[in-house]
Design a binder for this molecule. Structure first.
Ligand code: ARG
Length: 455
């Protein structure tokens, strides 16, 4: 492509380090789409003839068929996807192919292709997140009143409903979805026509190519157009945060399905066995989802280190922007799909959850709240009295609701028999009907809201 000033070809190792075709070949759709839009614009602006533009478009369509069917021979000697396509176009349509690269450069070409790819990735990830949200909302609908222990410090804190717990993830995933939507919105400007870095001396119509490629507008500064990769960084940052959320849910599935908790089971479809221990059921998919954040956050790190300190405009360093980014997008898609499968598959053991919720004096706060609301104690005093009651229960090796009224009155003589009603886990969750609280009635209402929103 630049043979004019060169006498010899590259050293083998030069070709090896320079070629990106093994990574960027997956941009072929975007590359062909971008070239078609560019050729059509060149013809409309009378920079090339209509006949040339038609030949180019026909050739590009033929190449798309070849690549799609696996018949296309990618070559390292043509370095990247842009030159592989152009070289083949020359073979197929001859002279008009040589006019396609008028008023553009690979710098704006790759920036355009990559943006198109990341834009589609954002859309696909957002759709996958929505699928996972739907699975969680369905679980929440089924378990609006299923009582489980809520934890702080992984110590039993207060009873909660499993539905409420599921909806906590739906909320975080909604913010994740928003981050991908935001990234998409900001990246949706078309760099095509910036050329190498300074723009072109032809009467090109950048509005037209931007529109043809469904961008909101052309980018306003040619230097920024070819040197910006923050659209990929932003997407990777959103992915790293979303992956960290998946990792928390994955960890909970690992805990819940362990015999120590026994809160839930994954069916055979989402369990693996051990080659030596016949009794084992391992939650491998959950563990892998827990781990994916490492690779995904790593991709963000890799790209930001590549980009930091690069002088404007394009440097070849930027070719290293794609491998880890593509892998992270693949990982994200896989983790979301696996997690959606697992949530659908998860069989909840309501009895085990309820029994666990009754342990650990989980309704001690309810007793304190009783003392405040019925006897008019200050919360701090109520907290103190309840602490003494918990100590007594501990000494007697009893749950709070297994103490006698006399036991309770030894510590606070004014306690009535009605206190016992407050000490059940069902009363505890039902009482927490404040906005955003865990009460089954709240969960049912929130499930409806989400079902509507995620339709
Ligand atoms: N393969 C290159 C990349 O991905 C395309 C742009 C090459 N531009 C250049 N001036 N060498 O970055």
């Amino acid at each position: 492509m630049w043979g004019g000033r060169f006498e010899r070809g590259p050293a083998a190792i030069m070709e090896e380090i320079n070629a990106s075709i093994d990574v960027d070949r997956r941009l072929w759709r975007e590359d062909i789409e971008g070239s078609k839009a560019h050729a059509a614009m060149l013809a409309a602006a009378k920079i090339i003839s209509d006949a040339d533009a038609r030949a180019i478009a026909k050739g590009l369509d033929a190449i798309a068929v070849e690549i799609d069917s696996g018949a296309f021979a990618f070559s390292k000697s043509h370095e990247d996807i842009h030159m592989n396509v152009e070289a083949r176009l020359k073979e197929l349509v001859g002279e008009p192919a040589s006019r396609l690269h008028t008023a553009r450069s690979r710098n704006d070409q790759v920036a355009t292709d990559f943006r198109l790819y990341m834009r589609r990735s954002c859309d696909e990830i957002a759709a996958s997140i929505r699928n996972l949200q739907r699975a969680l909302v369905e679980k929440a609908a089924k378990h609006a009143a299923t009582v489980m222990p809520g934890y702080t410090h992984l110590q039993i804190a207060q009873p909660i409903t499993f539905g409420h717990h599921c909806l906590a993830y739906v909320e975080m995933l909604e913010r994740d979805r928003g981050r991908f939507r935001d990234a998409r919105k900001r990246m949706n400007e078309c760099p095509l026509g910036a050329a190498a870095l300074a723009g072109v001396p032809y009467p090109i119509d950048r509005e037209r190519t931007a529109k043809a490629l469904k961008f909101d507008r052309p980018t306003a500064n040619s230097i920024d157009s070819v040197s910006a990769r923050d659209f990929a960084l932003e997407t990777l940052a959103a992915a790293a945060i979303a992956a960290s959320h998946l990792s928390r849910l994955a960890e909970e599935i690992v805990l819940w399905t362990s015999p120590h908790f026994g809160f839930a089971k994954l069916t055979d479809a989402f369990s693996t066995g051990s080659s030596i221990m016949p009794q084992k059921r391992n939650p491998d998919a959950a563990e892998l989802c827990r781990a994916k954040v490492g690779r995904i956050a790593g991709a963000f790190h890799a790209l930001i280190i590549v980009m930091k300190g690069l002088p404007l405009a394009y440097s070849k360093d930027m070719q290293e922007d794609k491998a880890a980014t593509f892998a992270a997008i693949d990982d994200m898609a896989l983790a979301l799909a696996a997690m959606t499968g697992m949530i659908g598959d998860l069989v909840v053991n309501e009895t085990a959850m309820r029994e666990a919720a009754m342990r650990g004096y989980s309704t001690a706060t309810d007793l304190a709240d009783y003392l405040v609301r019925e006897l008019g104690l200050a919360f701090r005093d109520a907290h103190h009295a309840t602490g003494a009651i918990v100590a007594l229960a501990e000494k007697k090796k009893k749950r709070l609701d297994q103490l006698t009224l006399a036991d309770l009155r030894r510590i606070e003589p004014r306690i009535g028999a009605d206190a016992f009603q407050r000490l059940t886990v069902d009363a505890s969750v039902a009482a927490r009907a404040s906005y955003g609280g865990t009460a089954p009635a709240n969960v049912a209402r929130e499930v409806k809201r989400w079902q509507e929103k995620l339709k």
